[in-house]
Every structure is written in structure tokens, then in C-alpha cells.
Design a protein around this ligand. Structure first.
Ligand code: ATP
Length: 200
């Protein structure tokens, strides 16, 4: 089984990287494919950093980790990115190996708004971690009803997760504050060299 971590990565941070690494370790994933989204359907209309910058920051962040790779399937595709198309394409590229989408619990709760979410849950397993600041659900009774039929396809990752979000990092940067130790130094250097996130 291999993992897929999709996201805007605007910018990528240690919250993403710890999530991916701990998922890989806990479920013995062959690898984790990090997939920057072109225009996430739920973020259309919001300003996002140009795709080539977000891609470069992901590349810099995962450099040196032999288990991680980046995929440009969503950036290469025309129009908005849908996870179902990405899963099918990546499975094809990985000789039909089983796939697991890795996501924070905040994202899992929104899954019912995604295109063909039932198909997503049939095509891939889900590895989810309880993100700081979001509810922790331990008993089946309290799972959102739309997820209950798929409960056995959802794997819970127990890992110490970091309370970092890209939104918060963008605000810190705009205010001219330090973001050191929250994301890799190479990414911080790239942000500074390219003058990213100076204005909201
Ligand atoms: P934003 O604040 O702009 O929404 P984000 O930090 O949530 O960004 P995304 O690129 O939207 O980052 O997230 C990609 C995936 O990583 C999502 O599934 C999200 O739940 C997960 N994720 C992001 N940050 C963390 C974190 N600190 N801990 C656990 N999961 C995280």
C-alpha cells in the first residue's frame, strides 16, 4: 500500500511532513506521494500562491527522504483537481498497488462535499489523524453518518501532531514574524528569496 498526501501546501510545513512520515511508519507504506493541488475546488476564488512555487517548496521539503516523492498529476491536469481522478491515475502508475489517502481529520469531515466521495472511499483507504483543535472521535457511534458505512476503510493514525497550519504561517509571514522551526529551513530560504507571503 502507498500513501497519497494531497493539499495546497501554501506553504508546506512540519505538520504535513510529520503526518506523512508517521503514516508511512505506522502502516508500513511503500512510499508517500505528495500531490500539490492545482486549484482545489473548495478554494476556488481564494488567492493561492502560484503552482510552481508551491511545487518547488514541496520538492525542497522532501529532499533526502527516500520514502517521499512529489507528483505533478494535478498540476499537469487542465481545470480543477479532483482526488478521485488522482487516485485512479496514481494507482495505475503504481501497478495497481492499494492506495491510502492521508488527511487530517478536519479534511475527512469535509469529504462528503468532494466529487464522488463514495467512489474515493471504495478506491482507496483513508489514513487520518486527529488534528489539534478538532474533535477526537473514538467510538463508532459518534462518527459522522456518511462515514459509518466505510468505517473499516478508515485507519486512525495515532501520532503526536503539530498545531501548525499554512493559513497561520501566511499570517505570521505577513506580519514579518519568525516561522523558523515550523517548516524546513530550505523552504524558509525559498520563501524569503522569492518574497512570498509578504501581502495577504
Ligand atoms: P490551510 O491552513 O491553508 O487550509 P493546511 O495547513 O490545512 O492549509 P493543506 O495543504 O490544506 O494545509 O492540508 C493538506 C492536508 O494536510 C490536509 O489533509 C490537512 O488536514 C493536513 N494537515 C495540514 N496541517 C496539518 C497538521 N498540522 N496536522 C495534521 N494534519 C495536517
Amino acid at each position: 500500500m502507498f500513501g497519497i498526501l494531497g493539499g495546497t501546501f501554501d506553504p508546506i510545513h512540519y505538520g504535513h511532513l510529520v503526518l506523512a512520515e508517521k503514516a508511512r511508519e505506522a502502516f508500513q507504506l511503500e512510499k508517500v506521494v505528495v500531490v500539490p493541488a492545482a486549484i482545489p475546488p473548495h478554494k476556488i476564488g481564494e488567492v493561492t500562491t502560484e503552482a510552481h512555487h508551491r511545487l518547488k517548496m514541496v520538492q525542497l521539503a522532501i529532499e533526502g527522504n527516500p520514502w517521499f516523492e512529489v507528483s505533478t498529476v494535478e498540476l499537469d491536469r487542465e481545470g480543477p483537481s479532483y482526488s478521485i481522478d488522482t487516485i485512479i491515475e496514481l494507482k495505475k502508475n503504481n501497478s495497481g498497488s492499494e492506495a491510502a489517502l492521508i488527511m487530517g481529520f478536519d479534511t475527512l469531515l469535509e469529504l462528503s462535499s468532494w466529487k464522488n466521495y463514495q467512489h474515493i472511499l471504495e478506491e482507496s483507504k483513508i489514513i487520518t489523524a486527529f488534528r489539534p483543535g478538532y474533535p477526537i472521535v473514538t467510538d463508532n457511534l459518534h462518527w459522522p453518518p456518511f462515514l459509518r458505512p466505510y468505517r473499516e476503510r478508515i485507519l486512525i493514525l495515532e501520532a503526536p501532531l503539530l498545531d501548525i497550519s499554512s493559513t497561520w504561517l501566511r499570517v505570521e509571514l505577513m506580519l514579518g514574524r519568525s516561522i523558523k522551526y515550523l517548516l524546513p529551513d530550505q523552504v524558509i530560504d525559498y520563501i524569503n528569496a522569492n518574497g512570498l507571503y509578504r501581502d495577504l
